[in-house]
Design a protein around this ligand. Structure first.
Ligand SMILES: [Zn+2]
Length: 314
Protein backbone atom coordinates (compact mmCIF):
# COMPACT_ATOMS: atom_id res chain seq x y z
CA UNK A 1 0.00 0.00 0.00
CA UNK A 2 1.24 3.48 -0.83
CA UNK A 3 2.43 5.45 2.14
CA UNK A 4 0.43 8.49 3.08
CA UNK A 5 2.64 11.42 2.05
CA UNK A 6 1.51 13.60 4.92
CA UNK A 7 1.58 11.03 7.70
CA UNK A 8 5.01 9.73 6.74
CA UNK A 9 6.79 13.02 6.34
CA UNK A 10 9.77 13.28 8.61
CA UNK A 11 9.13 16.56 10.37
CA UNK A 12 12.08 17.57 12.49
CA UNK A 13 13.62 15.49 15.27
CA UNK A 14 14.04 17.07 18.66
CA UNK A 15 17.79 16.59 18.28
CA UNK A 16 17.88 18.55 15.05
CA UNK A 17 15.57 21.15 16.55
CA UNK A 18 17.88 21.65 19.56
CA UNK A 19 20.89 22.07 17.28
CA UNK A 20 19.08 24.82 15.46
CA UNK A 21 17.13 26.60 18.22
CA UNK A 22 18.77 25.37 21.40
CA UNK A 23 20.36 28.64 22.54
CA UNK A 24 18.98 32.11 23.20
CA UNK A 25 21.41 33.55 20.63
CA UNK A 26 20.17 31.19 17.92
CA UNK A 27 16.54 32.07 18.60
CA UNK A 28 17.35 35.79 18.65
CA UNK A 29 19.22 35.50 15.37
CA UNK A 30 16.36 33.62 13.77
CA UNK A 31 13.82 36.27 14.83
CA UNK A 32 16.18 39.08 13.85
CA UNK A 33 16.52 37.71 10.32
CA UNK A 34 12.76 37.35 10.03
CA UNK A 35 11.99 40.81 11.39
CA UNK A 36 14.65 42.67 9.42
CA UNK A 37 14.93 40.54 6.30
CA UNK A 38 16.84 43.08 4.26
CA UNK A 39 19.15 43.85 7.21
CA UNK A 40 18.56 46.06 10.21
CA UNK A 41 17.03 49.45 9.64
CA UNK A 42 16.56 52.01 12.40
CA UNK A 43 12.82 52.60 12.83
CA UNK A 44 13.53 56.25 13.66
CA UNK A 45 16.07 57.48 11.11
CA UNK A 46 16.22 54.61 8.62
CA UNK A 47 20.02 54.17 8.86
CA UNK A 48 21.41 50.65 8.81
CA UNK A 49 24.42 50.67 11.14
CA UNK A 50 23.71 49.46 14.68
CA UNK A 51 25.22 47.75 17.65
CA UNK A 52 23.65 45.10 19.83
CA UNK A 53 23.52 45.89 23.52
CA UNK A 54 25.15 43.20 25.59
CA UNK A 55 23.17 40.08 26.44
CA UNK A 56 19.87 41.69 25.49
CA UNK A 57 17.94 41.61 22.27
CA UNK A 58 18.22 45.37 22.08
CA UNK A 59 19.69 47.19 19.09
CA UNK A 60 21.03 50.71 19.10
CA UNK A 61 21.35 52.86 16.00
CA UNK A 62 24.90 54.16 15.51
CA UNK A 63 23.57 57.33 13.94
CA UNK A 64 20.75 58.55 16.23
CA UNK A 65 21.21 56.20 19.23
CA UNK A 66 17.61 55.08 19.04
CA UNK A 67 17.13 51.70 20.72
CA UNK A 68 14.73 49.10 19.42
CA UNK A 69 13.98 45.74 20.91
CA UNK A 70 13.62 42.57 18.90
CA UNK A 71 10.26 41.69 20.44
CA UNK A 72 8.61 45.11 21.00
CA UNK A 73 5.27 45.40 19.24
CA UNK A 74 5.09 41.65 18.60
CA UNK A 75 3.34 38.78 20.34
CA UNK A 76 6.56 38.24 22.35
CA UNK A 77 6.37 41.77 23.77
CA UNK A 78 7.14 41.97 27.51
CA UNK A 79 7.62 38.24 27.81
CA UNK A 80 9.58 37.04 30.82
CA UNK A 81 10.24 33.70 29.20
CA UNK A 82 13.42 33.06 27.24
CA UNK A 83 12.97 32.79 23.48
CA UNK A 84 14.22 29.19 23.70
CA UNK A 85 11.07 28.36 25.72
CA UNK A 86 8.88 30.00 23.07
CA UNK A 87 10.58 28.09 20.27
CA UNK A 88 10.35 24.81 22.17
CA UNK A 89 6.63 25.44 22.69
CA UNK A 90 6.26 26.14 18.97
CA UNK A 91 8.05 22.86 18.32
CA UNK A 92 5.64 20.80 20.44
CA UNK A 93 2.53 22.61 19.23
CA UNK A 94 3.34 22.30 15.54
CA UNK A 95 4.92 18.85 15.45
CA UNK A 96 2.28 16.95 17.45
CA UNK A 97 -0.52 16.11 15.08
CA UNK A 98 -3.33 16.13 17.58
CA UNK A 99 -2.06 19.08 19.53
CA UNK A 100 -0.80 19.17 23.09
CA UNK A 101 -2.65 20.07 26.26
CA UNK A 102 -1.50 22.99 28.38
CA UNK A 103 -0.72 20.64 31.27
CA UNK A 104 1.49 18.40 29.15
CA UNK A 105 3.16 21.39 27.53
CA UNK A 106 3.92 22.91 30.94
CA UNK A 107 5.66 19.67 31.96
CA UNK A 108 7.79 19.65 28.82
CA UNK A 109 8.72 23.31 29.15
CA UNK A 110 9.28 23.20 32.90
CA UNK A 111 7.23 26.34 33.54
CA UNK A 112 4.03 26.92 35.53
CA UNK A 113 0.59 26.03 34.25
CA UNK A 114 -0.44 29.71 34.18
CA UNK A 115 2.62 30.81 32.24
CA UNK A 116 2.01 27.95 29.80
CA UNK A 117 -1.65 28.91 29.47
CA UNK A 118 -0.67 32.46 28.44
CA UNK A 119 2.01 31.28 26.04
CA UNK A 120 -0.23 28.67 24.40
CA UNK A 121 -3.17 31.03 24.02
CA UNK A 122 -0.92 33.71 22.54
CA UNK A 123 0.41 31.27 19.97
CA UNK A 124 -3.11 30.08 19.16
CA UNK A 125 -4.10 33.71 18.69
CA UNK A 126 -1.19 34.17 16.25
CA UNK A 127 -2.39 31.14 14.29
CA UNK A 128 -5.90 32.53 14.20
CA UNK A 129 -4.91 36.01 13.07
CA UNK A 130 -2.60 34.59 10.40
CA UNK A 131 -5.25 32.36 8.87
CA UNK A 132 -7.95 35.01 9.19
CA UNK A 133 -5.98 37.02 6.62
CA UNK A 134 -6.17 34.21 4.08
CA UNK A 135 -9.73 33.68 2.87
CA UNK A 136 -10.61 30.30 1.38
CA UNK A 137 -11.18 30.18 -2.37
CA UNK A 138 -12.23 27.86 -5.20
CA UNK A 139 -14.69 25.07 -4.49
CA UNK A 140 -15.80 25.01 -0.88
CA UNK A 141 -17.99 22.73 1.20
CA UNK A 142 -19.72 24.47 4.08
CA UNK A 143 -21.69 23.05 6.96
CA UNK A 144 -23.08 24.09 10.32
CA UNK A 145 -21.60 22.37 13.36
CA UNK A 146 -21.66 22.52 17.15
CA UNK A 147 -19.26 21.96 19.99
CA UNK A 148 -20.12 20.88 23.52
CA UNK A 149 -23.22 21.14 25.64
CA UNK A 150 -24.66 17.72 24.95
CA UNK A 151 -27.90 17.41 26.92
CA UNK A 152 -30.07 14.36 27.17
CA UNK A 153 -33.17 14.44 25.04
CA UNK A 154 -32.15 17.48 23.00
CA UNK A 155 -30.55 16.76 19.68
CA UNK A 156 -29.21 18.60 16.68
CA UNK A 157 -29.64 22.20 15.79
CA UNK A 158 -32.04 23.09 18.59
CA UNK A 159 -29.92 21.87 21.50
CA UNK A 160 -29.03 24.51 24.06
CA UNK A 161 -25.59 25.07 25.57
CA UNK A 162 -23.84 24.20 22.35
CA UNK A 163 -21.50 26.59 20.64
CA UNK A 164 -22.27 26.93 16.91
CA UNK A 165 -19.49 27.14 14.37
CA UNK A 166 -19.26 27.31 10.60
CA UNK A 167 -17.13 24.58 9.06
CA UNK A 168 -15.68 25.28 5.63
CA UNK A 169 -13.27 23.13 3.61
CA UNK A 170 -11.85 24.13 0.21
CA UNK A 171 -11.05 21.41 -2.32
CA UNK A 172 -8.68 21.19 -5.29
CA UNK A 173 -9.55 19.85 -8.75
CA UNK A 174 -9.02 16.28 -7.54
CA UNK A 175 -11.56 16.94 -4.79
CA UNK A 176 -8.91 16.75 -2.06
CA UNK A 177 -9.06 19.20 0.83
CA UNK A 178 -6.52 22.01 0.60
CA UNK A 179 -7.76 24.49 3.17
CA UNK A 180 -10.10 24.69 6.12
CA UNK A 181 -11.65 27.43 8.24
CA UNK A 182 -13.75 26.68 11.29
CA UNK A 183 -15.25 29.79 12.87
CA UNK A 184 -17.49 30.23 15.89
CA UNK A 185 -20.59 32.27 14.99
CA UNK A 186 -23.27 33.86 17.11
CA UNK A 187 -25.86 31.69 15.42
CA UNK A 188 -26.95 30.47 12.04
CA UNK A 189 -28.64 33.58 10.75
CA UNK A 190 -28.41 34.79 7.18
CA UNK A 191 -26.71 38.11 8.02
CA UNK A 192 -24.16 36.39 10.26
CA UNK A 193 -23.22 34.08 7.40
CA UNK A 194 -22.93 37.01 4.99
CA UNK A 195 -20.61 38.87 7.34
CA UNK A 196 -18.57 35.73 7.98
CA UNK A 197 -18.25 34.92 4.26
CA UNK A 198 -17.09 38.47 3.45
CA UNK A 199 -14.09 37.87 5.71
CA UNK A 200 -13.36 34.24 5.03
CA UNK A 201 -14.41 33.34 1.49
CA UNK A 202 -13.00 35.03 -1.59
CA UNK A 203 -15.63 36.56 -3.88
CA UNK A 204 -16.54 34.41 -6.91
CA UNK A 205 -15.78 31.19 -5.04
CA UNK A 206 -18.25 28.33 -5.34
CA UNK A 207 -19.83 26.92 -2.18
CA UNK A 208 -22.09 23.96 -1.55
CA UNK A 209 -24.07 23.60 1.66
CA UNK A 210 -27.19 21.89 2.86
CA UNK A 211 -30.53 23.62 2.64
CA UNK A 212 -30.30 25.50 5.97
CA UNK A 213 -31.79 28.94 5.30
CA UNK A 214 -28.86 30.96 6.69
CA UNK A 215 -26.55 29.77 3.91
CA UNK A 216 -28.51 31.92 1.46
CA UNK A 217 -26.50 34.73 3.07
CA UNK A 218 -23.41 33.52 1.17
CA UNK A 219 -24.77 34.98 -2.07
CA UNK A 220 -24.71 38.47 -0.52
CA UNK A 221 -20.97 38.02 -0.05
CA UNK A 222 -20.57 37.38 -3.80
CA UNK A 223 -20.14 33.64 -3.34
CA UNK A 224 -21.82 31.36 -5.89
CA UNK A 225 -23.87 29.26 -3.55
CA UNK A 226 -25.49 25.91 -4.35
CA UNK A 227 -27.70 24.45 -1.65
CA UNK A 228 -28.13 20.67 -1.71
CA UNK A 229 -31.30 19.76 0.10
CA UNK A 230 -30.77 16.74 2.32
CA UNK A 231 -32.79 14.98 4.93
CA UNK A 232 -30.33 16.23 7.56
CA UNK A 233 -28.78 14.04 10.25
CA UNK A 234 -26.61 11.03 9.62
CA UNK A 235 -27.52 10.41 5.98
CA UNK A 236 -26.02 13.80 5.15
CA UNK A 237 -22.58 12.34 5.81
CA UNK A 238 -23.07 9.87 2.99
CA UNK A 239 -23.62 12.54 0.35
CA UNK A 240 -20.32 12.85 -1.58
CA UNK A 241 -20.35 16.63 -1.86
CA UNK A 242 -20.27 16.89 1.95
CA UNK A 243 -17.78 14.10 2.50
CA UNK A 244 -14.76 16.24 3.38
CA UNK A 245 -16.43 18.83 5.50
CA UNK A 246 -18.08 16.09 7.56
CA UNK A 247 -14.82 14.18 7.88
CA UNK A 248 -13.02 17.31 9.04
CA UNK A 249 -15.71 18.11 11.60
CA UNK A 250 -15.42 14.69 13.17
CA UNK A 251 -11.60 14.78 13.05
CA UNK A 252 -11.57 18.10 14.85
CA UNK A 253 -14.04 16.95 17.47
CA UNK A 254 -12.22 13.67 18.12
CA UNK A 255 -8.88 15.36 18.31
CA UNK A 256 -10.09 18.09 20.65
CA UNK A 257 -11.89 15.60 22.89
CA UNK A 258 -8.81 13.41 23.07
CA UNK A 259 -6.29 16.14 23.82
CA UNK A 260 -8.10 18.93 25.60
CA UNK A 261 -10.34 17.66 28.35
CA UNK A 262 -12.15 20.86 29.21
CA UNK A 263 -12.24 23.65 26.69
CA UNK A 264 -13.61 26.90 27.98
CA UNK A 265 -16.29 27.67 25.41
CA UNK A 266 -15.29 31.30 25.14
CA UNK A 267 -11.88 30.21 23.87
CA UNK A 268 -13.23 27.72 21.33
CA UNK A 269 -12.33 30.02 18.37
CA UNK A 270 -8.63 29.68 19.21
CA UNK A 271 -8.78 25.91 19.53
CA UNK A 272 -10.51 25.63 16.16
CA UNK A 273 -7.96 28.02 14.68
CA UNK A 274 -5.05 25.92 15.95
CA UNK A 275 -6.41 22.83 14.28
CA UNK A 276 -7.09 24.70 11.03
CA UNK A 277 -3.70 26.42 10.97
CA UNK A 278 -1.90 23.11 11.28
CA UNK A 279 -4.11 21.41 8.72
CA UNK A 280 -3.54 24.22 6.22
CA UNK A 281 0.22 23.80 6.49
CA UNK A 282 0.41 20.03 7.00
CA UNK A 283 2.51 19.42 3.88
CA UNK A 284 5.57 20.90 5.49
CA UNK A 285 5.85 20.13 9.18
CA UNK A 286 9.42 21.38 9.44
CA UNK A 287 8.74 24.84 8.03
CA UNK A 288 5.82 25.31 10.39
CA UNK A 289 8.24 26.20 13.20
CA UNK A 290 9.63 29.25 11.42
CA UNK A 291 6.24 30.13 10.01
CA UNK A 292 4.60 30.24 13.42
CA UNK A 293 7.54 32.20 14.82
CA UNK A 294 7.07 34.67 11.98
CA UNK A 295 3.30 34.81 12.55
CA UNK A 296 4.04 35.66 16.19
CA UNK A 297 6.33 38.50 15.10
CA UNK A 298 3.59 40.08 12.99
CA UNK A 299 0.84 39.55 15.58
CA UNK A 300 0.36 42.57 17.87
CA UNK A 301 0.98 42.15 21.62
CA UNK A 302 -1.82 40.41 23.47
CA UNK A 303 -2.03 41.36 27.16
CA UNK A 304 -3.49 38.79 29.54
CA UNK A 305 -6.74 40.69 30.06
CA UNK A 306 -7.40 40.49 26.30
CA UNK A 307 -6.40 36.83 26.21
CA UNK A 308 -9.02 36.03 28.82
CA UNK A 309 -11.87 37.82 27.05
CA UNK A 310 -14.12 35.86 24.78
CA UNK A 311 -13.14 36.24 21.14
CA UNK A 312 -15.46 38.82 19.62
CA UNK A 313 -14.24 38.68 16.05
CA UNK A 314 -14.46 35.67 13.82
ZN1 LIG B 1 18.57 55.85 13.96
Amino acid sequence: MAKNKIQFQKGISIQKFMLRYGTEEQCQKQLFNMRWRGGYQCPKCGKEKYCQLKSRALYQCNHCRHQSSLTAGTLFDHTKLPLTTWFLAIYFITQKKNGISILELSRHLGISYNATWRLKHKLMQAMKERDDQKPLEGFIQIDDAYWGGVRKGVKGRGAKGKRPFVAAVSLNDEMHPVGMRFSVVKGFQKQELTDWAKHHIKAKSVAVSDGLACFKGLADAEVFHFPVVTGGGAECVEIPCFKWVNTMISNVKNSMRGTFHAINLKHLPRYLAEFSYKFNRRYNLESMIDRLAFASLVTPPMPERLLKLAEQRW
